[in-house]
Design a protein around this ligand. Structure first.
Ligand code: KG4
Ligand code: ZN
Length: 346
């Protein structure tokens, strides 16, 4: 089959605060569009579910239209519709799944409810081509921190470890609030850290060397809070850049160490890092360095594909179609806690 014979997949993502639509054929991204409601959540310091759902509803059809236009195709060209069935916010997921059902019904094309987390890994194929089998994936986002053994994106994903408390992105967001930096906290901490010295403070590395692939970031967040309180009590000015740099070093040190250890233990030579936190400059640099030393090929999608988008859902949809898996039924339900080991929802 030539690439042109592969099905054209429309992907719809609405699990959190981004309405994303992508158009993919095989491993080729033809077009995409993202509308974000992040500005509406800033003053609350976190995503307000009802506000996000309403924004998805308003953004859905214009975002689909923009994605189709950017791909130079029409709705009639679509062969399959993929949508995030979970995990995510209940109301937000419902908007995407309802829209996807409507498109699938109107076009008389199959519907595939897919896993948001596996989508974050699948998107890398749009940038770097088919993923070697097996690969290890480090998924670091606002809601999740997981280390995965990916034998097959559509059918065989094994969870090696997870965060036992806060997700990495959540830790960034909470620490940013302590430092009076804006939400979402990842980008401003990343920027501040570049002006700071990570060696001035030694923050704890949760679950370091404990022999598991689990992570913990709540102790680190508490340590930053204590540091801020102590400085306040002594009337000392906060050196935000140094705190940001030391916090960031603690996060990326443990993430990259465990990811490389997993590659070595399982004899896997490819590591993919994805999810919003994969946009982090220190994580990209340290992972690159440690992978080079260990002879591991590192794949990190470009930042725009790391944060939530529709292309990742279309990319996983294309994999699921190629694997010949049966479509979801039109009464597909959302699943707010869909496990990462289920690439396809039932
Ligand atoms: O994957 P994503 O867009 O949404 C979820 O599925 O959660 O990830 C959002 C998270 C936020 O917590 C945000 O602070 C974090 O990704 N993030 C970053 C950076 N850019 C976004 N964290 C660290 N450094 C960054 N440059
Ligand atoms: Zn995500």
């Amino acid at each position: 089959m030539s690439d042109h014979d592969l099905p054209l997949v429309l992907g719809i993502e609405t699990s959190c605060d981004e309405t994303g639509v992508g158009i993919v054929r095989g491993c080729e991204l033809l077009g995409e569009s993202v509308a974000s409601s992040v500005d509406q959540h800033v003053r609350f310091g976190g995503v307000v579910p009802e506000v996000a759902s309403r924004a998805h509803l308003e953004a859905m059809t214009p975002t689909v239209r923009r994605a189709l236009d950017s791909a130079g195709v029409g709705l009639a060209d679509i062969d399959a519709v993929a949508v995030t069935a979970g995990p995510g916010l209940a109301g937000a997921l419902l908007v995407g799944v309802s829209a996807a059902k409507a498109y699938a019904m109107a076009l008389d094309k199959p519907l595939y409810g897919v896993n948001h987390l596996v989508g974050h890994v699948a998107v890398d194929q749009l940038e770097h081509g088919p993923l070697p089998k097996p690969a290890i994936a480090l998924l670091v986002s606002g809601g999740h921190t997981s280390l995965l053994l990916v034998n097959d994106l559509a059918t065989d994903v094994v969870s090696l470890g997870d965060t036992v408390d806060d997700a990495a992105g959540e830790a960034y967001d909470k620490v940013a609030r302590l430092l009076e930096l804006p939400y979402p906290g990842g980008p401003p901490i990343d920027r501040a850290a570049q002006q700071g010295d990570p060696k001035t403070i030694r923050f704890p590395r949760g679950k370091w060397g404990d022999g598991t692939y689990d992570f913990s970031f709540s102790g680190l967040k508490t340590a930053v809070a204590r540091h801020v309180e102590d400085a306040d009590r002594r009337g000392e000015p906060l050196v935000v850049a140094d705190i940001a740099a030391a916090f960031q070093e603690a996060v990326v040190d443990v993430l990259t160490r465990k990811a490389v250890d997993a590659c070595v233990e399982y004899g896997v030579s490819t590591l993919v890092i994805s999810g919003g936190v994969a946009a982090n400059s220190a994580l990209r640099t340290l992972a690159g360095q440690r992978c080079r030393e260990a002879g591991i090929t590192l794949r990190v999608p470009r930042p725009r594909l790391c944060t939530d988008n529709g292309a990742m859902i279309a990319a996983l949809g294309a994999e699921v179609v190629a694997a010949g898996l049966p479509p979801s039924s039109l009464d597909l339900a959302t699943d707010t806690s869909l496990p990462v080991e289920s690439p396809l929802a039932r």
